[in-house]
Design a binder for this molecule. Structure first.
Ligand SMILES: [Zn+2]
Length: 236
């Protein structure tokens, strides 16, 4: 059995909106709240009107189930992964905080500590949904459908109406962790060069401060990837 410490704190600190967004959950903003389909499996929710959270919330709440849903539950229910894996994913999304101690018996391979914020900063966007064709229509079925009715999605750039279903995906479906690390390493290098050039041409102290912060993000991503890649080549 794997031992984990600090899970409660991790859950209490989680930004539920960021987690929902990172694992590809669609949200609709109404007023100051964000609504999404209830992730609890026995609630076969079809309209995003019951389950909600606000900016900066750590939990979401479903008015039908009368239940608070934390980030680990959200990951478990949405991705169908066991508790331990959900903790691990939340830990990574939270930037791998030190107060969580994950004691792994089997897996001694070094983990790549990258969060989605860093990836986005480096201009690496990974799809959370892909369109999967399910049929061909001879006319656009969306014509005449009312505003609040769900729309069919069609593949763009095709002559026929190729109807698609949105399939949830994660970056692991596309590339290996090694390839991602190499990609991040190169992007961080490019970005650092660009920052150096900017830094020389900018006088404004505030801008210089921002550039320094961006530089630190690049350095961290760079060294994390380098450590990860060298641990893959020379396992402990
Ligand atoms: Zn519910």
């Amino acid at each position: 059995m794997n031992k984990i410490e600090g899970v409660n704190l991790l859950v209490d600190n989680a930004d539920i909106g960021f987690v929902a967004n990172s694992i590809g959950i669609e949200t609709v903003k109404r007023g100051s709240s964000y609504f999404c389909l209830c992730p609890i499996p026995h609630h076969h929710d079809e309209h995003a009107t019951n389950c909600f959270f606000k900016d900066g919330d750590n939990y979401m709440y479903c008015l039908v189930c009368h239940k608070t849903i934390d980030a680990i539950d959200l990951i478990r229910y949405t991705k169908g992964v066991p508790f331990y894996e959900a903790v691990r994913e939340l830990w990574e999304l939270s930037g791998c905080p030190d107060y969580v101690k994950i004691d792994e018996k089997k897996n001694t391979k070094k983990n790549l500590p990258l969060d989605y914020k860093t990836l986005r900063f480096l201009g690496i966007t990974l799809p959370s949904y892909i369109p999967v064709p399910v049929g061909i229509d001879d006319y656009n079925r969306n014509a005449g459908r009312k505003k609040n009715q769900e729309k069919y999605s069609y593949m763009s750039n095709s002559l026929e109406y190729v109807r698609c279903k949105r399939e949830r995906v994660t970056w692991m479906d596309f590339i290996s962790t090694e390839s991602l690390a190499e990609m991040v390493l190169n992007r961080a290098k490019e970005k650092m060069k660009a920052i150096q050039v900017c830094f020389r041409n900018i006088e404004d102290p505030y801008m210089k401060k921002i550039l320094r912060e961006e530089w630190d993000i690049c350095v961290k991503a760079f060294s994390d990837c380098q450590n990860f890649l060298s641990s893959q080549n020379n396992p402990v």
